[in-house]
Ligand binder design. Sequence first.
Ligand SMILES: NC(=O)c1ccc[n+]([C@@H]2O[C@H](COP(=O)([O-])OP(=O)(O)OC[C@H]3O[C@@H](n4cnc5c(N)ncnc54)[C@H](OP(=O)(O)O)[C@@H]3O)[C@@H](O)[C@H]2O)c1
Length: 268
Amino acid sequence: MERRPFGRTGLEVPVIGMGTWQTFDVRGAAAAERRHVTDAAFETGTFFDSSPMYGEAERVLGATLAGRRDDAIVATKLWATGDDEAERQIEAALGFFGGRVDVYQVHNLAAWPRRLDQLDRWRMRGAVKVVGLTHYSAGAFGELRKAMQDPRVGAVQVPYNPLERTVEEEILPAAAELGLGVIIMRPLGQGRLIRQDVPPDAIAPLRPFGVRTWAQALLKWILSDARCHVAIPATSSASHMRSNAEAGRAPWFGPDERSYVAGLAGRL
Ligand SMILES: NC(=O)c1ccc[n+]([C@@H]2O[C@H](COP(=O)([O-])OP(=O)(O)OC[C@H]3O[C@@H](n4cnc5c(N)ncnc54)[C@H](OP(=O)(O)O)[C@@H]3O)[C@@H](O)[C@H]2O)c1
């Protein structure tokens, strides 16, 4: 799997990571079963994204990392309007993730000026490496663009796939100029883009690029834009994780293949 410098943060990340929204919000036997998905991720890449907004996901992810936390890059989020609740979330996350969070993001820009103050204090204490910002909605990209200027911000997480391309206008160029690490959420359109199967004949022209599945075509479409450092498809399946990881290496698509994949997505 290719690894890329995560902007100017000093971190280097595998280009395919793993999200945990819904897929890791589970209990009991299903939670124990998720260790196999994390095992599959460890075969190739080791970047994981979570949030206190995802129910049980931080706790379940942390449990699957037991004994190998040092080999993982963990990104999670703060999602709180009040300082006390934010501090409680930080202490819980540090408990789940061995006393440190590699990329700590302000979820949906919630109270971001205060949350940046707080996360930066934890960064100075050594418990956080990089402070980041996320938003899922193009309607918030104006504010995100403004917040990205804050010198304490080292990373940004945004949606990008052939049906959601607003970040191409301002966010990706600004992130590259500012040297921010870029994490891509919703690479498979929350699953919507792959629920309808694309026929094997349509995938065949992409075989020289190592692409066998529609999910791989979508992931390679994103990562062929070098401004994107890590895409984080969520999955509850170890075999999906392994197959997704195969999209994380060269050869990358050129403009023709990117247009071809975007055209296929537009027809779904
Ligand atoms: N959605 C948001 O608004 C949002 C917001 C902030 C952050 N994030 C972060 O971004 C991550 C990714 O976004 P997302 O979870 O919304 O959606 P996504 O990664 O675009 O899609 C996830 C869906 O794709 C399916 N899938 C994954 N690999 C597959 C494969 N090879 N073949 C067939 N199906 C496959 C999964 O089902 P299976 O379990 O069956 O594989 C799951 O239902 C989140 O988990 C979270 O960490 C998301």
